[in-house]
Design a protein around this ligand. Structure first.
Ligand code: SF4
Length: 229
């Protein structure tokens, strides 16, 4: 895509959703960080179901450590990888108390040193909690970047760096939310809903999905009162 097309691409996603944000529920940088750590290989909806209870009991690093690993595990056991995630939530809470006076750090380097926090999680926290222009490439953004031609790349890091290069103002801060939501609800993995896509004319993906066929009432509902001829 050329610059003008990229601008148009984001303009249309922005028009459809002027104030996008994460679908994870959180109250502050700490609860966002925990929610994002829990969201690996789990849906935002399933994470919200467990964090409502968890954050009421333990809204801070100190109260999370006090709650303890067993109790955290018990509360998050409906989501995938709950054993490792419970360990990481306690370990990262301890690290925040030990190294950052209980606050979530605002740099990628410091965030990536926390247990269970990789580049993607750090990017989400930097963007959503601290307003930085970062691009957290998850499975949806990776797919959308490649399919559309907006930011093709063989790895999430390649796609991220490409997005960073091509995404113009005023879209940089919210770009990753628009792309995630577009991938989650329109440009779906198995069957993209191309017929209702706002950027269909800009997208490079060739096998566009046609609209579903509407079945004529005459064919779908034969008149059963008529005797067979
Ligand atoms: S046209 Fe289809 S493949 Fe392209 S972005 Fe839209 S939904 Fe995805």
């Amino acid at each position: 895509m050329n610059r003008q097309q990229v601008f148009e691409f984001y303009s249309r996603l922005a028009e459809a959703n002027p104030s996008p944000t994460t679908e994870l529920e959180y109250a502050d940088p700490f609860t966002l960080l925990v929610a994002v750590v829990l969201s690996a290989q789990a849906t935002d909806v399933s994470v919200n179901l467990v964090t409502r209870d968890l954050f009421e009991l333990a809204p801070t690093p100190a109260s999370m450590v006090e709650l303890g690993e067993d109790a955290v595990r018990d509360r998050i056991k409906s989501i995938g990888l709950f054993n490792t995630k419970a360990k990481n939530v306690i370990a990262l809470s301890q690290a925040l108390i030990r190294d950052h006076e209980g606050e979530v750090p605002q740099t990628r380097e410091a965030l990536e040193l926390l247990p269970g926090v990789g580049r993607k999680t750090a990017n989400v926290v930097l963007n959503t909690a601290f307003g930085q222009e970062t691009f957290a490439v998850d499975t949806h953004i990776f797919r959308v970047g490649n399919r559309t031609g907006l930011a093709p790349g063989k790895t999430p890091l390649e796609v991220e760096l490409k997005l960073d290069r091509v995404t113009p103002q005023p879209f940089r801060r919210d770009a990753h939310h628009w792309l995630i939501l577009h991938g989650r609800y329109i440009c779906k993995a198995r069957l993209p809903l191309c017929w209702k896509c706002p950027v269909i004319d800009l997208c490079r993906y060739k096998p566009k999905t046609p609209p579903p066929k509407t079945v004529s009432p005459a064919v779908s509902a034969p008149n059963t009162l008529e005797p067979p001829a």
